[in-house]
Design a protein around this ligand. Structure first.
Ligand SMILES: Nc1ncnc2c1ncn2[C@@H]1O[C@H](COP(=O)(O)OP(=O)(O)OP(=O)(O)O)[C@@H](O)[C@H]1O
Ligand code: SF4
Ligand SMILES: [Mg+2]
Length: 321
């Protein structure tokens, strides 16, 4: 059994809106094993990004963490001061977004980003040493050394994503949260980026939470997969298990909609029906209005998430025997 770097326990995140309270993460319990890639999948609006930002305590207003616990390397994140949290965010947990331009300073050269990141967290490192480290990193990321002094807008989208990984590596971050990090890349650049990420993940023992609606990306990179539906975790399994034998009807539908998982982009749109409203979700199992296997109990009672095989969790009445 792998040691858990992150333990999420019964986490609730809500957004207060005029129409009512949107419960975007509802009672989620999940571990992220150290040195592994956990893929987090589910339709648009099911709460993936909210869960990712909650791990950094960066849920945007009008959202807030309304309950539960988040443990990171033995520390209760929800009990840390703002200052402690800021340190942790910079140094040990990094987030990579779909558009790296939002995280990079357009007026700063790539080298300066990396040098500054290194020196902010390790002031004892001289600028010259930091520059040397930046050059080594850039090389490891497959970016030509002569691009070191480019500005972010001079690089392609794929190169910018590499820089974001470089910044996380410069900090020796333990956990990287990648939220739709490859969505804006074309297929070939995306495949190269994913290969690089896998290589770096193995070499540096990184733990990655890979948030995506692209099942193909999950198949390529993840060790484990968590499936969310309407703010709930409905299935958790090793990647091979999940693809070979999905147990939750929603997971089955998700995979059935992908004829060739390696070739598909946005695959979830072909599923019948639409995701429920999170202000007043369906009773019982939230998937029941769309589930081809639904029976009486499904609308009346919510199925608990249970461990049906070692390391494999499913929330569906069909799995209760
Ligand atoms: N600032 C906000 N105010 C109100 N509701 C919000 C806000 N941000 C997110 N939500 C709601 O919370 C739910 C979860 O949103 P979230 O962005 O976490 O989903 P997601 O799974 O990341 O979707 P996507 O695949 O489109 O990125 C959605 O129903 C969304 O409408
Ligand atoms: S509990 Fe019922 S409605 Fe929900 S996924 Fe299982 S069979 Fe379908
Ligand atoms: Mg999102």
């Amino acid at each position: 059994m792998n040691k858990s770097l992150v333990q999420i326990r019964d986490l609730d995140v809500v957004y207060a809106t005029r129409a009512g309270e949107v419960r975007a993460v509802d009672g989620v319990t999940l571990d992220i094993s150290a040195g592994k890639v956990l893929g987090l999948v589910g339709e648009s609006g099911c709460g993936k990004s909210t869960l990712g930002t909650a791990l950094l305590r960066l849920v945007r207003h009008p959202g807030r963490i309304a309950g539960g616990e988040i443990w990171f390397d033995g520390r209760n994140l929800l009990a840390l001061s703002k200052e402690e949290m800021r340190e942790l965010r910079g140094a040990r947990i990094s987030m990579i977004f779909q558009d790296p331009m939002t995280s990079l300073n357009p007026l700063q050269r790539i080298s300066d980003h990396i040098v500054e990141t290194i020196r902010t967290h390790k002031p004892e490192v001289s600028t010259q040493e930091a520059r040397q480290q930046a050059a080594e990193l850039i090389d490891r990321l497959g970016i030509m050394a002569d691009r070191l002094d480019d500005y972010p807008h001079q690089l392609s989208g794929g190169m910018r994503q590499r820089v974001m990984i470089g910044l996380a590596l410069a900090l020796r971050a333990d956990l990287i949260i990648a939220d739709e990090a490859t969505t804006s890349l074309d297929v070939i650049v995306e495949a190269q980026f994913l290969d690089l990420l896998k290589e770096l993940q193995r070499d540096f023992g990184l733990t990655i939470l890979l948030i995506t609606h692209n099942i193909g990306v999950v198949a390529q990179l993840a060790d484990q997969v968590a499936v969310m539906y309407a703010a709930k975790l409905v299935e958790l399994a090793d990647v091979e298990q999940l693809f070979a034998d999905p147990l939750h009807p929603y997971t089955k539908a998700l995979l059935a909609s992908v004829p060739n998982i390696r070739l598909v982009g946005d695959t979830l749109k072909v599923m019948q029906g639409s995701p429920p409203d999170l202000i007043s979700p369906p009773s019982g199992c939230r998937f029941h209005p769309r589930c081809p296997y639904a029976f009486d109990r499904c609308a009346a009672e919510e199925p608990p998430l249970i461990e049906v095989q070692p390391g494999r969790w499913v929330a569906c009445w069909l799995q209760r025997g």
